[in-house]
Write a protein that binds this ligand. Structure first.
Ligand code: SF4
Length: 424
């Protein structure tokens, strides 16, 4: 499935705007789903409408309607690289049986995958970022090419969708058409049976809402059909839908959202803050406070997951000298601009203990401190101070050319004469 090169088209929703979104929704409140879709295609935005389909459990119903109304309507499938093989087979089945003529796969940028998810496990630590690079980012240039989008969302699916209308006007002046907004679970089953539609191969196994394999689980009887998506996480949408006020539900922009600066860019942070009560044997991708590590040392050492260490002022890095190789990342807390103890910790890690992993600064990380932090071996920064973030993005950091306390052998201490300078 190749991605087509389409010329941008003007947004053609004058009619919708003139009618008023409320009036239009009132007119179509009682209309059946195919009628809504037919009107959208013929009158509201003719030739300027496309659909993104997950080819999940309910997708056949809407795609069957699309095939009846306009089989050449562009259908986009977010090929995240994380789908069940059954879903990929289902794409081919529906394409063939319905005669859909215009299906395209949208793939994530390989550079984004390499940079943000080289091990393919970002979904586990930061699903928002995983959805961002696999869905939101690749879809953005495609959405710009159309005046409107058809979605398969339904009111009954989640509390958040409980008032979903047939037509939505988005903040960027595009139209979302939701022909199935009023469909119930029973309506879906009835439509499927009436038209003898092929079922997703996993539906009978208890998967009621199907997305990427790592983030989809079986739903128990009586559960919300989407309860199996991102189970256990406070996440309901993948960020590509629009809310009712017209704004994009989760307009996630990596550069704005991430606070970890590493290798010249703000990137997704696999680590989370330590929470009290976390089981030392099951902790993963957290910076364990040094005293907590010492109190449960045996359990942490037996824990197979990636761990970090949090060093606060007053903690002695010497106490964990033998275990430093256990940590993928060591976070040094700088509680205030004037507290310089973190610099000494960083130098001990690099110079005495030859620690070669990530050393990150967090806390009061400000623009003027960063050159000094780097000199001491800190190679990652957690930055929330907005002017400092901008300075990093624009590569505007102060230069430091004189030193009272030189680091290594290349820095020259202030006030010494050439023949007295250290050479080793
Ligand atoms: S649904 Fe899961 S695997 Fe798929 S893009 Fe989102 S977080 Fe990643």
């Amino acid at each position: 499935m190749a991605m087509p090169k389409l010329a941008p088209v003007p947004v053609a929703n004058d009619k919708l705007r003139a009618l008023g979104i409320l009036a239009l929704n009132g007119m179509f409140d009682e209309m059946d789903a195919v009628g809504v879709l037919r009107y959208a295609v013929s009158d509201v935005i003719p030739g300027d409408l496309a659909i993104v389909s997950s080819f999940g459990a309910d997708s056949a119903v809407l795609l069957h309607m699309v095939a009846q109304v306009d089989p050449s309507m562009p259908v986009y499938f977010l090929e995240t690289g994380k789908h069940f093989p059954e879903t990929l087979a289902y794409v081919e089945t529906l394409k063939r049986q319905f005669g859909l003529l215009n299906i395209h796969g949208i793939h994530p940028d390989p550079a984004d995958i390499k940079r943000f998810d080289p091990n393919g496990d970002l979904w586990e630590t930061d699903p928002d970022s995983c959805c961002h690079i696999r869905k939101t980012e690749p879809l953005e240039p495609i959405t710009e090419q159309y005046g409107g989008w058809v979605t398969g969302r339904k009111r009954y699916q989640t509390k958040e969708r409980g008032v979903l209308p047939h037509f939505e006007l988005t903040s960027d002046d595009r139209i979302k058409v939701n022909p199935l907004a009023y469909f119930t679970d029973a309506d879906v089953v009835e439509y499927r049976q009436k038209h003898n539609l092929p079922e997703h191969p996993l539906y009978a196994k208890g998967y009621k809402s199907i997305g990427c394999a790592p983030c989809t689980s079986v739903v128990a009887e009586g559960e919300d059909p989407r309860a199996g998506r991102w189970r256990g996480l406070n996440k309901k949408e993948c960020g590509i839908h629009y809310d009712f006020s017209g704004a994009i539900a989760n307009p996630m922009k990596a550069a704005n959202r991430h606070t970890l600066w590493k290798d010249g860019a703000f990137i997704a942070d696999p680590f989370k803050a330590w929470e009290e009560g976390t089981n030392p044997s099951e902790a993963r991708y957290v910076h364990v406070p040094l005293p907590v590590f010492l109190a449960h040392r045996a359990e942490f050492l037996a824990n197979p997951h990636p761990l970090g260490l949090l060093v606060s002022p007053g903690d002695k890095i010497e106490d964990v000298a033998d275990d430093l190789s256990r940590f993928a990342s060591i976070a040094i807390l700088f509680p205030s601009f004037t507290d310089g103890r973190g610099y000494s910790t960083a130098r001990l890690l690099v110079e005495r203990y030859k620690y070669a992993g990530e050393i990150r600064a967090l806390g009061d990380v400000l623009q003027d401190q960063i050159p000094h932090m780097r000199r001491c071996g800190i190679n990652a920064l957690v930055v929330t101070h907005e002017p400092t973030r901008q300075a990093l993005i624009e590569n505007r950091l102060p230069e430091v050319s004189v030193f009272y306390q030189p680091v290594g052998v290349t820095e020259i201490p202030l006030g010494t004469r050439p023949f007295l300078r250290r050479v080793s």
